[in-house]
Design a protein around this ligand. Structure first.
Ligand SMILES: [Fe+2]
Length: 398
């Protein structure tokens, strides 16, 4: 079924064959008499969403928290540390972290702190990059950025934040010593591979425990960043106060970034959903106080995020105000009955107190959002609100 075919369906004619959509769901049964309502619904069914989504998205300006160039410098510094550790190990020399590499990492941290702590009016924004070879290194930098912001919000001193930042950049350093290939594996790990991977926190601790210039707190972060308050974590199964608060900060930021990152074998979780899942853990596994502070630093609906509003309309977040990030401006994509076209308009949710964001969708994968609503309801005579079916609200133009 395509729009071209639906144009040929004149009101008053009888449908000769069942009409299916692209996914094989029945749209109109054989024998149905075509009327205006059916033809107009058929047209709406085959609207070019892609062009409208592109139009709405292309006009949205989004400034990253950290410029990509600086991200790349930070990522390379972490990568250099990992690679020097791996090379030394292969050569039979006891693995260690060269001091010049640590100095470089220290510069990266100073740079990030200067940017992130110059203003309280900054929110951490998840970037929507696809998985790549440098996932582990980029993840380490993301965890570092979020840990700096969370620790800052919690009132830690500059020196303490510097140590937390170093701990978060190095938290997965032990992965350099797990079996070759696992760190870059593009698919989910098997059970035995998971067991091997779980050794990375002890491996990491072994790597840095004798390096005097690395603070004790950093060594604890590397060793304990997978411990959980209820004792279900590893490697030691520590509980509650046995896990220092600065470790809990990195643990939470590590979990959040892992959930909201795209991987080659699974899609990222939207920010609001990741925060909800973590909130469940905040009851017994993670620190509820740290969770509250971390969420206050995170932009829940960043510009470029596709959203579904409580009245059935869809749109893309275009801008937000720092003090009201859950009520951003949204570029709406609406179907205009008069023109039969999709139109893009903007709405400010701060001024619309009865409207809420109830779901999100990925602009790069809008099709899976628009098609997940059961289309068999499409021609239910009792259900004529197309907006609830295809996620669009009609614009009434007189
Ligand atoms: Fe880890």
């Amino acid at each position: 079924m395509t729009l071209k075919n639906s144009d040929e369906l004149e009101p008053g004619n009888e449908v000769k064959e069942d009409i299916f959509n692209r996914d094989g769901s029945l749209l109109v049964s054989r024998g149905t008499i075509i009327n205006y309502e059916i033809t107009s619904k058929l047209k709406k069914h085959d609207i070019n969403f892609g062009a409208a989504v592109e139009e709405a998205a292309s006009s949205i300006q989004s400034t990253p928290l950290i410029e990509e160039e600086k991200m790349q410098t930070s990522i390379r510094a972490v990568q250099n540390v990992f690679e020097s550790v791996m090379q030394r190990d292969v050569g039979g020399v006891k693995a260690n972290i060269p001091e010049d590499q640590l100095a470089l990492v220290g510069e990266v941290i100073a740079d990030l702190m200067a940017i992130l702590m110059r203003s309280e009016d900054l929110l951490y924004t998840v970037t929507n990059l696809m998985a790549s070879d440098d996932y582990t290194y980029r993840h380490s930098v993301n965890v570092c950025i979020l840990s700096i912001m969370t620790a800052n919000a919690m009132g830690y001193s500059d020196g303490e934040i510097r140590d937390i930042a170093l701990g978060s950049l190095l938290h997965d350093i032990g992965k350099a010593n797990v079996k070759y290939g696992l760190i870059q594996k593009p698919s989910p790990l098997t059970e035995s591979e998971k067991e091997e991977m779980m050794k990375h926190s002890e491996y990491g601790y072994e790597l840095i425990k004798d390096i005097e210039i690395i603070p004790y707190s950093v060594k604890q972060i590397v060793r304990f960043h997978h411990e959980k308050l209820d004792g279900s974590g590893y490697p030691l199964g520590l509980k509650k106060m046995e896990i220092p608060e600065y470790v809990r900060i990195v643990t939470l930021c590590d979990m959040f970034d892992a959930m909201t990152a795209n991987r080659s074998y699974r899609k990222r979780m939207p920010v609001h959903l990741a925060l909800e899942v973590l909130m469940r853990d905040a009851v017994y596994k993670i620190d509820a106080g740290v969770y509250r502070k971390m969420t206050s630093t995170v932009c829940i609906f960043p510009p470029g995020q596709g959203v579904l509003l409580s009245d059935g309309r869809v749109g893309i977040v275009s801008a937000y105000r720092i003090h009201s990030p859950s009520r951003p401006k949204v570029k709406l994509i609406e179907f205009c009955l008069k023109t039969g076209q999709l139109e893009v308009t903007e709405i400010n949710l701060e001024a619309c107190h009865t409207l809420f964001i109830v779901d999100t969708w990925d602009v790069a994968d809008f099709n899976s959002f628009f098609t997940r609503i059961p289309e068999k309801e499409f021609f239910d005579p009792e259900n004529v609100d197309v907006g609830t079916v295809i996620g669009l609200k009609q614009t009434n133009v007189s």
